[in-house]
Design a protein around this ligand. Structure first.
Ligand SMILES: Nc1ncnc2c1ncn2[C@@H]1O[C@H](COP(=O)(O)OP(=O)(O)OP(=O)(O)O)[C@@H](O)[C@H]1O
Ligand SMILES: [Mg+2]
Length: 236
């Protein structure tokens, strides 16, 4: 059986010439929860932006065997939901309701189904009471939670999250961990929150300066202190 996501020898340079990814190969199996870790500037966000075609390096990414191309991009985006590191990039509608309904409306779902999914997603992130507020007037942590709701409402097959726990207060960080733990779908999570990784992830990938330095079982990688220290992921 082919992997759910296959990243083959992916390199990407930003227009200014900055080489952010270099020959990265990674396979994600159905049901995996992969923790993508690495120091600031390692290339984590750049890699995630390739997962649903926002960036396209050398097109070496297959989703369920399907290459990401202009023709397949809509299909890919129905399967792969990405939450940006910065919620300002995720929220663009006048109200929370419209932001969270945006995906479901585009999937062509009925009004009842859209409303049902929006309420469910907002409940999951404990933001139902903000449904009719403007996303732009929320706190940063609240925006992070609404950003997650905008993809939960679409019932994706693959969830790609960039720093989902940053800026969350302790209560909502734990609620996020519980929510993700109970969400039985494939996940790829870039984060500096190693506790979250140890609770949720079965595999861990370490990126450093655009290179994949390690990929393997979470228990093995997280217990290798020398490895973590060498990539600024633990205190010496
Ligand atoms: N728009 C851009 N133009 C040029 N270079 C960029 C751009 N965005 C990111 N980079 C560079 O690409 C490299 C990888 O950045 P990226 O944001 O993917 O790192 P990251 O691992 O997500 O870091 P962080 O932990 O800080 O979120 C860095 O050297 C960064 O400066
Ligand atoms: Mg990042």
């Amino acid at each position: 059986m082919s992997p759910l996501i296959e990243i083959k020898d992916l390199s990407y340079a930003y227009p200014d010439g900055n080489l952010a990814l270099e020959n990265v190969s990674l396979e994600v199996e159905e049901g995996d929860c992969i923790g993508l870790i690495g120091p600031n500037g390692a290339g984590k966000s750049t890699l995630l932006l390739h997962m649903n075609g926002i960036l396209h390096g050398n097109n070496q990414i297959l989703i369920e065997g399907m290459e990401i191309t202009p023709e397949t991009i809509c299909q890919v985006r129905e399967k792969v939901a990405l939450v940006f590191q910065d919620p300002e990039h995720q929220l663009f509608m006048p109200s929370v309701y419209e932001d969270v309904a945006f995906g479901p409306v585009n999937m062509g779902w009925s009004k009842d189904k859209v409303n049902w999914q929006v309420d469910l997603a907002l409940q999951e992130v404990d933001m139902l009471s903000a449904k009719h507020r403007s996303s732009h007037h929320l706190s940063f942590g609240e925006k992070k939670r609404i950003s997650l709701a905008t993809v939960l409402s679409m019932k994706p097959k693959i969830l790609v999250l960039d720093e989902p726990s940053s800026n969350l207060d302790p209560k909502h960080r734990w609620e996020l961990i519980d929510l993700l733990k109970n969400l039985n779908i494939t996940k790829l999570i870039a984060t500096h929150d190693l506790e979250l990784v140890s609770i949720l992830c079965n595999k861990v990938a370490i990126l450093n300066r655009g290179l994949l330095k390690a990929f393997g079982p979470a228990s093995e990688i997280l217990s290798n202190k020398d490895l973590l220290v060498s990539y600024d992921l633990a205190k010496p």
